[in-house]
Ligand binder design. Sequence first.
Ligand code: OTU
Length: 642
Amino acid sequence: MSPNWLHEESLIALDRLLPRITPLFADSTLYPKFLERIHQHFPFAFENLYKVYSGRYDFFYHLEQILLTTAQKFLKRNKDLHALDEQREANPNWFNDPKMIGGVCYVDLFAGDLAHLRKKVSYFKELGLTYLHLMPLYAVPEKNNDGGYAVSNFREVNPALGTMRDLEILAKELRQNGISLVMDFVFNHTSDEHEWAKRALAGEKRYQRYYYLYPDRSLPDRYEKNLREIFPEQAPGNFTYIESIDRWAWTTFNTFQWDLNYTNPEVFNAMLGEMLFLANVGTEVLRLDAVAFVWKQMDTPCENLPEVHHIIRAFNALVQIAAPAMVFKSEAIVHPDDVVSYISPQECQLSYNPTFMALAWEALATREVKLLRHSMSKRFDLPEGTAWINYIRVHDDIGWSFANEDAAEVGIRGFDHRLFLNQFYTGRFNGSFATGVPFNYNPQTQDMRICGTAASLAGLEQGLNGGNPLFSENALRRIIMLHSLIISAGGIPLIYIGDEIATLNDYSYEQDEHKKADSRWVHRPKFDWKRAEHRTDELHPAGRVFSALQGLIRIRQNLPQFSDPHTQFVDVQNGHVLGFIRNRSIFVLANFSEFTQTVSKTVLGAYWTLPAKITDLVSDSSIEKGDTIRLEPYQFMWLASL
Ligand code: OTU
């Protein structure tokens, strides 16, 4: 068989299927465009679908359905979005523009609802945002809905927040303001109130095949042997007994989140329809939630299996045909080798960078940058046409998902180190500055994750409560320094809205029956607009952080050097100082300790052509003469030859 066999078959399949699609375009002038794209991208979609579904007798039927969905959604796309598609096709690397700065918030917690959020667009602009992730705002079960991640209907906005029409209007308005809308695609599961689940509950066999439902514990027990527990405290195990139909449903996350069964190609096609619907609302970045879990196979951990990649790549190729303005962002909080496996222009163009995030907090606790530097020097660079989403905090917990191998290479035992980090960030370690809350402690594995806002984890809560100004000063410096890393490293910085005004933990979730079991709510407070009023007052913690971030964002947005995402992490011969170089021209230094540190200019010169006059872009001042560069506690510099 020739190596091109599959490719050749894809062309034959396309010839056979096209006559079924063409009639849809009878009244459209867009057919040539569609044909051009389908010829370019169908072979890749076919190859990936073939690898997952060709064993089914009805493969070709499903292939036809999938193409019909793609064509229908292409035709439904509005003029503006078709125009954006062409722009993005001409500039597929648009997200690597240094102007790109992200923010993420909950519609209700930030503004109440979509209509009010529209009135707050100026706040995002003031900060410099060009990317806005609205946490899942779809119809959900009323009580516990996992903060929106138990979706009952992707085509309906939670009525408390508004309507799809409101969302479309907002998307357009954001676009006109140069802000890309980011939406969630929770494609591993639906809520048990989704129509498919309801019909499965009503006994419809067709919809029972949308999920993994078992008549007894025999298969679940066999699977369980190799599965992790994601929420061991609030939802132990991976299966839930559904009494009304006497079945065990696969529920990786909460009991009310049923995993979708992607071995059924009808599920793939149905979810493609939902995905392209969201594209047509005006989504420019689609966050693929919990990617690792979408394929299961007996005797494996059922995470990061090869079929997951085929499924995402097939989705990607079909989006390239119907809505190429939209890119995928992978949410895989897993081993760093697995994180990177999802990233390519043909799969997820963007990905959270959980290793950078976790190790930044690790270095803050230890005051040592060796693990952060070592791991990033191995792992930061990505393929052309992709980018990291660098963040300090998001709505979820912090998990210590660094590689044990990386840790061992710098003399750190991963397991022990995680125990330390958990002690440190829950404030149980003597002298710790952090006020964090444990999340899902698993006594069997001793695994645990950490919750808390950036400000509370960095020490501001202790500083303010203890009335110790030096403590608070250091905390503010830590918050700003961590953010400076994501604003200066390659990729898109993502700010968890609230952190820019140094929001503290909110413990009121403990009083809410539907939230108290999930400590992530401690860092999901209602946005404090009173506090935000202090954002121009540099004597207030809110103003101190806001103006610092705003200033750094402005510098970044005006530096064409930052358009090349390449970031070279180097050893500056001081264990407390992180150093990285952007585009050979900007040398970033960051002091992770509460003591003054120095770095030798000769050491910098080994990596970087030392200019006669070095300027620090952050303080907008030139570095004085002499052999060393001096960094105050938690100071950072962006050195340039200007
Ligand atoms: C994601 O996170 C979301 O970000 C969470 O808010 C949801 O609860 C969850 O999916 C279910 O939809 O467990 O603690 O290793 O990769 O997918 C966060 C698991 C999570 C992670 C991640 C998950």
